[in-house]
Design a binder for this molecule. Structure first.
Ligand SMILES: Cc1ncc(COP(=O)(O)O)c(C=O)c1O
Length: 392
């Protein structure tokens, strides 16, 4: 049970923009978190996809300790080696072009938006994004996020964004034109419950971007860094974006974001166009580079595919037994729609069982475990769901 004084202090000291579950964590290791009483929980959310390497991965801890004792932060007015090494890694494993660093996913999308607007020039000022997508909470990123419930209280937003339904091929065709500077998409929409965007839509987005000189931007903030199997989810598809945004698990648990583009877009940003005080700090980049090396491993990627199949099979078993209506997933990014809109109650009951999951809609549970999760923990998760769901 959580210490009530902690709950009261949190209530009095923090703004009330989060609904927290009644647990406080003090330690983490791999796919497990521990509360102050030493109770172990299986983390099936990886901090909302932010710690794919697992909690306190020894390589990340070692890199942070070493870098913290040497040099933590330096202004971008100067050169630092960890930032350059990390940019080389992203460039060489990703789109082949240069990298811009920032501190979060929303910031990465803000930067990509500015890059696209500058690239588009005064004629191409519109952006197309998908309804039910999620790109962050800052004004530009929120404007790209086609979810009315997240936007309405904050209008007016950044103008010039057209929204298209996830599977609306004619709608996408109609929305993109000579006025479009960018199309922003996630290959799988995570925040709405792991909804894959059909290949046909992604291919059409590529074709329309080429026809109109717009940039195709893939937000790989949740799908990237090994989550779906390959390092970046587009690498399993036949569509390559012009620009990719990264954050979350890039840092191994430390805040960092990045925008990377294909060669040819390297010179769009000129000195003074964009920047951020902390961006690309030696500490964040050293942690990120250690995380990248852990994730850049064929054995781990095979493990993700294998455990992903195991989890999806377990969720499909719930569907077969009438406990759920649909299961979806690629790699270790999975979702399941329950029969009744009781997903919030399921999250609470799963916490009591010692499993951290979350609900993205009243019916949908989402699973984004650390990629190092064991087969036993995956089986334990499915068994706990089988106990909890019939009781809802
Ligand atoms: C696909 C996607 N883009 C952007 C963001 C925003 O990232 P951040 O919370 O680091 O600003 C998120 C966060 O959930 C996300 O899932």
């Amino acid at each position: 049970m959580i210490d009530e004084t902690l709950v009261r202090r949190e209530h009095d000291a923090l703004m009330h923009n989060y609904g927290r579950l009644p647990v406080a964590f003090v330690r983490g290791e791999g796919a497990h978190l521990y509360d102050a009483d030493g109770r172990r929980y299986v983390d099936c959310m990886a901090g909302i996809g932010m710690i794919n390497v697992g909690h306190c991965h020894p390589a990340v801890v070692e890199a942070i300790q070493r870098q913290a004792a040497t040099l933590i932060s330096v202004s971008n007015l100067y050169y630092t080696e960890p930032m350059i090494s990390l940019a080389e890694w992203i460039r060489d494993r990703g789109l082949g072009g240069r990298v811009f660093f920032c501190n979060s996913g929303a910031e990465a999308n803000e930067a990509a938006l500015k890059l696209a607007r500058k690239h588009g020039g005064p004629e191409r000022t519109e952006v197309v994004s998908l309804i039910d997508g999620f790109h962050g909470r800052t004004y530009g990123a929120l404007s790209l996020t086609g979810q009315p419930d997240k936007q309405t209280r904050f209008a007016p937003l950044v103008p010039g964004v057209r929204y298209v339904e996830r599977d609306d091929v004619p709608g996408l065709r109609a929305a993109v034109g000579p006025q479009t500077c960018a199309i922003f998409v996630e290959t799988i929409q995570g925040e709405i419950g792991v909804q894959p965007v059909r290949n046909e839509m992604l291919r059409l987005a590529r074709q329309l971007a080429d026809e109109h000189g717009a940039l195709l931007v893939f937000d790989e903030i949740q799908t990237g860094m090994g989550r779906t199997g390959p390092l970046f989810s587009y690498q399993d598809l036949d569509v390559t974006p012009d620009v990719m945004t990264l954050a979350k698990s890039l840092g191994g648990g430390v805040p960092i974001g990045a925008v990377t583009a294909r060669p040819g877009l390297d010179e769009v940003f000129a000195p003074g166009d964009h920047g951020s005080t902390f961006a690309g700090s030696p500490l964040a980049c050293a942690a990120a580079l250690a995380a990248c090396h852990v994730l850049d491993d064929a054995a781990l990627q095979a493990h993700v595919r294998e455990q992903g199949k195991r989890l999806l099979a377990g969720l499909e078993g719930l569907v077969a037994d009438g406990l759920a209506v649909e299961a979806r997933g690629r790699g270790l990014m999975c979702g399941v729609d329950l029969v009744m809109p009781r997903a919030a109650e399921a999250v609470r009951a799963m916490l009591d069982e010692g499993y951290l999951v979350n609900n993205t809609t009243p019916r949908t549970l989402r699973f984004l475990p650390p990629l190092v999760i064991s087969g036993d923990d995956v089986d334990g998760l499915v068994a706990a769901l089988r106990r909890v769901v019939p009781r809802l």
